[in-house]
Write a protein that binds this ligand. Structure first.
Ligand SMILES: [Zn+2]
Length: 291
């Protein structure tokens, strides 16, 4: 990520749902860097936050590019070609949390751009009003990027915690009870309802842990701790394959460290007190491995 000139920018370019990375001669992968957009944008170009003091911008391309543009850099070298990569998993593993967050922001803005082309009230083609809003020229309806808010709940019972296997999680891992916030509900009510609906368990003492923007579409994940109050586990079989309480010394496989689910579980396994005064300045996710 070095060797940029003063006018360079990082370009977060997406083809379909994958980000395009620039490959150098030795096979290294980099966020493409160049003073001007290396490819032609299909639709809006979105400004993201800076990285290493350089502006970051995101846009989508229609066609997968055969070769890298001549002026596009890959690290210190000229890029040879572009390679597509999933943001979840591979990209996070290679580039870490900060670039994952910037790329996720770009992906969410591009998704919003694609899904806000027409006014939902009258069907007229919308116009860009500000960098983060569109307006219908016929009826004046305003549209902003939307988020789907979902809770994650780590439920403790004595020295064990409630883990579930969900039909919609493809990997063979145990996860936490999760679900989308419904209109009219507080986050705490959502935690109570989701745990009860999915497992028949009543909870109390619900405490906020941390949040994470999740660019699989546009989700905002909000993590909570809660304590078991009453009830026997009874599965909501439409959503879950299994649910049980597990002790720290008997934990099944859980998701990778990138996810808020794994941070909640790590925090509980480490036996630490709940984080207080998480200011979100650097990492928005408290990490039990770092003091
Ligand atoms: Zn309209």
């Amino acid at each position: 990520m070095s060797g940029q000139t003063a006018n360079n920018r990082f370009w977060f370019m997406f083809h379909k749902d994958k980000i395009l990375l620039a490959e150098d001669a030795s096979g290294g992968l980099h966020i493409p860097c160049a003073p001007a957009a290396p490819l032609e944008a299909a639709g809006l170009t979105h400004s993201l936050s800076e990285y290493n003091g350089l502006p970051c911008q995101a846009f989508a391309v229609t066609e997968f590019p055969a070769d890298a543009s001549p002026k596009c850099c890959a690290g210190n070298e000229k890029a040879l070609r572009y390679l597509p990569m999933e943001l979840r998993n591979d990209f996070y593993d290679m580039f870490g949390e900060e670039l994952f967050a910037i790329a996720g922001h770009g992906k969410q803005m591009l998704h919003w751009d694609r899904t806000s082309q027409f006014c939902p009230l009258c069907g007229t083609k919308t116009k860009v009003d500000t960098p983060k809003s569109k307006k219908c020229p016929a009826c004046g309806h305003e549209m902003f990027p939307h988020l789907y808010v979902a809770i994650l709940a780590l439920v403790t019972k004595g020295d064990s915690t409630l883990l579930v296997k969900a039909h919609n999680v493809k990997q063979d891992v145990h996860v936490l009870v999760a679900g989308f916030l419904e209109p009219g509900e507080s986050l705490e009510q959502c935690v109570r309802r989701e745990v009860l609906e999915e497992t028949n368990i009543q909870v109390r003492n619900i405490r906020y842990f941390a949040s994470q923007s999740w660019p699989h579409l546009s989700n905002m994940m909000i993590g909570f701790f809660a304590e078991y109050e009453s009830g026997e586990i009874r599965l909501q079989e439409d959503e879950l394959r299994a649910a049980a309480f597990y002790r720290r010394d008997n934990m099944p496989p859980v998701p990778k460290p990138m996810s808020l689910t794994s941070r909640l579980i790590d925090w509980w396994v480490s036996g630490r007190e709940l984080p207080i005064g998480n200011d979100g300045k650097n990492s928005h996710l408290p990490d039990p491995r770092v003091d």
